[in-house]
Each structure stands twice: as structure tokens, then as C-alpha cells.
Ligand binder design. Sequence first.
Ligand code: BTN
Length: 260
Amino acid sequence: MNEALDEKKIALLRKNTTFVYLPEVESTFIEMKRLAHAGAADGSVVLAERQTAGRGRLGRRWVSSPGSGLYFSYLIKKPLPADKAARLTPALAVAVCSALRDCELKDAHIKWPNDIIAGGRKLCGILCEMELDASGGLAYAQAGVGLNVHKYPVPEDLKDKVAFCDEFIAVSRQNLLIAVLSRIDELCALAVKDFSRVLAQYRALCYTLGKQVSASGGQSAEGIAVDIGEECELIVRDDSGTLHALRTADVSLRGVMGYV
Ligand code: BTN
């Protein structure tokens, strides 16, 4: 499905911020960086139908399908110390997951650290980047969100890994975007004010907790995911009882087919 967005209506709702809607960019990260330096306000959004060089986690590419998904960067200019900027990523995960549930996609969960899944497959990827000012403070951060809404053909090897919102709910990109942006506004503010409340919501939505996991591609460990730490680390207890606090890793969950 190729569903247009009503740019004017969205811009009207995004009061005192900039909303940029582009048919094609290299990556919304690049466009947002330019806007952030030009003085765009907290909460501004750059959304593109197509990215020719979309970036994913761990240096991977991110593929976009015009009219089908929502690919955007959200600008965060908040009084947050640079060493607390990593808190924005779990806040974004809670925001997107909650917005999907607001839209009745009740099976939406967070797969640690920041994938949103449904039916065991990935619906949405989130990647945050930040820039420091001359004194080492946070100049700004931006959250890049890639959300699969309407189904489009994916390569055979990805079929079991990718999910689309319209497999679960009847929803327009327009309404979903409005719901997601509203939750992001709320959760980014909460991340600054009271991160423990973000974490409480994160734990409640986290699919990984309580599962047998295998972590690699950053830190590695194998065992049960027993908790989420105070800075959103995944706490894994291995067979010998040793606890591992993972900050960056790719986590596979053990299912009937082994680790996936
Ligand atoms: C992931 O690998 O899970 C994160 C994917 C993030 C993709 C989004 S799409 C909009 C923004 N611009 C990019 O180049 N990447 C992010």
C-alpha cells in the first residue's frame, strides 16, 4: 500500500517545532543534523519516504519503502547531561511501543535494547545519535525511528524476521505517526524529569526479561535475562550464577528453533 501523509495537518499539530517531509534523503540523520545546527526546536521532526543511505544499529543499512513505512528523525534539545543521554533510547522504545498499544497493537513489546517486536518479529528499529558542545555538554540528540506500517515485499531471508503493523491492526500511517510523536514528546520529557518511571514502563513492556538469551556483537553472555538495570543494562545470569550487565549487544532469544 502507498499511503500519503497530510503534511499540513501534522505540521499544525507539532506546535512551535519544525516538521519537514521529504520524498527522498540520504538519511534523515543528515537532514536533522543540518536543522539542529540551524536552530530547530526540541521536538522537530524530519520524515522521509525514501532514504538512499538509511543507517541502522551496529553499522547496518536500513531499507525504506516509500508509502509503506515511517522513517523519521526526532530532535531532542533538553537539559540532559551528556552522560545521561543514553537514557533517551529506552525512552524512545517505551514511547513507540506504547503508541502502538494505544493504536490497539497489544502484542507490541520491546526486545532489549530498542527493537519493537510483535509476533516475535521486528516492527521498528530505533537509533539515537548525539552531538556534544564545546564544553562537553549535550548540544542535541536525535532519535531515528524506522517503523514498518504497511506490508511490502522483503527478501526471503528476512520474511521470518520482519513484521508490519497492518498484519495486526487496521491503521493509517498518519494516525500512527501522530500517536508515536505524542508519546515521544511525553517520554523524552519523563526521561529528563524522572528516568525511574521510564524504566518501570520499559520493564513492563520488555519481552526479553525472563527469557534465555545469547548476547554477542558488543558484550557477550549466555543465560537468563533477569533484570533491567538502573541505566537500562540487561542483567543476564549465566549457568554458573554470575551476573553480566550488558550495555551494548545483539541479543538472540532461545525458542523452539534455537536462538533467533
Ligand atoms: C535499527 O537498526 O534497528 C535502527 C534503525 C533506525 C532506522 C531509522 S529510519 C530513520 C532514521 N534515519 C536513518 O538513517 N536511520 C534511522
